[in-house]
Design a protein. Structure first.
Length: 454
């Protein structure tokens, strides 16, 4: 049996290729990774005959229809998925044969009504079965029931039954491979390991120990992370076939920009230092290299607002567009030609964002030369400690002055690295505040020997 887990760490996704005797299936393909699946199958002399979705994804755009168009493979998804594109429905206990590999469908609703898990066996081998658990069971976690519609409590009840009556009836040595890994929004605190076993989860996963249904439902619904604003858009695309090709960004010259021939939000995807040295007024810094470009843009803007992208080079532009597509951001796109010198030559004014080292921050704090210190990480990260006096204000909530608490200048932003805080700094700057960003964030602060407070 050929079995391969493909990890896509930017938003914690995992896809799988499995098969034998010249044929294979791709499970949970992502839109931007289609060339990888095709290349790997070709490399191992496998023909992709099946594409299996464990559910209608709410966190990323599926590559199922794009991959099917390239390979002719049949898309398999549960009959409750409400899919409009060509596919084949599957039901509980259905079996798919891929050479000597048997894939058995287990209907495990909870994350969504159409969620399935796949029990994989090599019929000619003696290895333990593998469970591709979709978004039902993660390493150390279970799937969120609040991303599909408004019936979170009902879905949590389904999830309890699926875990207790379907998943935990499997043997302890069954290996578990989930559809999402650490960093995914589909679970609250997914452990960093890429796989686990039924036995390990039975012993270590505290949610599986909640045998009483009501206690499980209460616990699963507590302290859920924020629900991203674009999940409905992603589900819509995944039910009705995502675009088959990468959209084009219309190039805009600096002269055209000066003439006002755009009505787009400006997203500057350059690295923090390049942005800090000079950027256009109202530009929001979301570094492409940080790895969550599309996710961050999606927290700030709807998928129909025009965006003007600024990147280091063409390669970063392609990555930025793919990252937007993965999270359903099908916005009209343009891009600004040239670099800072070209922009200046065209008469554009560039703005600098002062960067502070942690030593400089410590000195300013001693002298009382700071206004409001903002920690732009998520509330759960604050449990690890922050710099004394910092106000927690994640970048995604900085939408307008009216929604923010009173701030004093200079506003100083920090996170754990300086990337998300640069997003926050640029947002605050666009709203009119005088802002400074802390290089290296709390990581550099700790490395310099300064304490955090809880």
């Amino acid at each position: 049996m050929y079995f391969r887990q493909l990890r896509l760490p930017d938003i914690g996704c995992a896809s799988y290729i499995l098969g034998s005797e010249g044929v294979c299936a791709v499970v949970d393909p992502r839109w931007d990774a289609v060339p990888q699946y095709v290349g790997l199958a070709r490399q191992h002399s496998l023909r992709i005959t099946h594409i299996i979705e464990t559910h209608t994804h709410a966190d990323h755009v599926s590559g199922a229809t794009r991959l099917a168009a390239r390979t002719g493979a049949t898309i398999l998804i549960h009959e409750l998925a409400q899919i409009s594109y060509p596919h084949q429905d599957v039901r509980d206990s259905d079996e798919i044969m891929l050479g000597t590999v048997q894939v058995k469908v287990l209907h495990t609703p909870g994350h969504s009504l159409d969620s399935i898990s796949l029990l994989v066996r090599d019929m000619q081998g003696d290895a333990a079965p593998r469970l591709l658990s979709g978004d039902t069971l993660f390493v150390g976690e279970v799937g969120r029931p609040d991303l599909h519609g408004t019936q979170a409590a009902e879905l949590a009840q389904h999830l309890h039954h699926s875990l207790q009556e379907r998943v935990l009836t499997l043997a302890d040595d069954v290996e578990v491979y989930p559809a999402h890994l650490a960093g995914s929004l589909c679970g609250r605190r997914i452990a960093p390991e890429p796989s686990t076993t039924i036995g390990r989860e039975r012993q270590a996963n505290s949610l599986l120990a909640l045998v009483e249904r009501d206690a499980f439902v209460r616990t699963v619904l507590e302290d859920l992370p924020p629900r991203p604003p674009n999940v409905e858009r992603i589900v819509q695309l995944n039910r009705n076939s995502a675009p088959s090709s990468r959209p084009k960004a219309i190039p805009l010259t600096p002269a055209e920009f000066v003439a006002g021939k755009h009505e787009a939000k400006i997203i500057d995807g350059r690295d923090v230092q390049a942005f800090a040295l000079g950027h256009l007024a109202d530009a929001i810094n979301i570094p492409v290299a940080y790895g969550q470009f599309g996710v961050m843009v999606a927290w700030l803007y709807p998928p129909d607002i025009p965006l003007l992208l600024i990147t280091n080079d063409e390669e970063d532009l392609v990555e930025a567009i793919d990252s937007l597509m993965v999270v359903g951001m099908t916005n009209p796109l343009s891009t600004l030609d040239g670099g800072p010198q070209d922009w200046l030559a065209a008469g554009l004014m560039l703005i600098e964002t002062p960067q502070l080292t942690v030593t400089e921050l410590a000195e300013r704090m001693k002298m009382g030369a700071i206004g409001t210190l903002i920690d732009s990480r998520e509330i759960g990260e604050m449990e690890k400690g922050t710099i004394s006096g910092a106000l927690n204000l994640p970048y995604r909530v900085i939408l307008s002055r009216a929604t923010l608490p009173p701030l004093n200048e200079p506003v100083i932003t920090l996170c754990n690295s300086g990337n998300r805080s640069s997003v926050a700094a640029s947002l605050l700057e666009s709203l009119g505040w005088r802002v400074m960003n802390v290089q290296g964030g709390t990581t550099a602060w700790i490395d310099a020997g300064f304490p955090l407070t809880m």
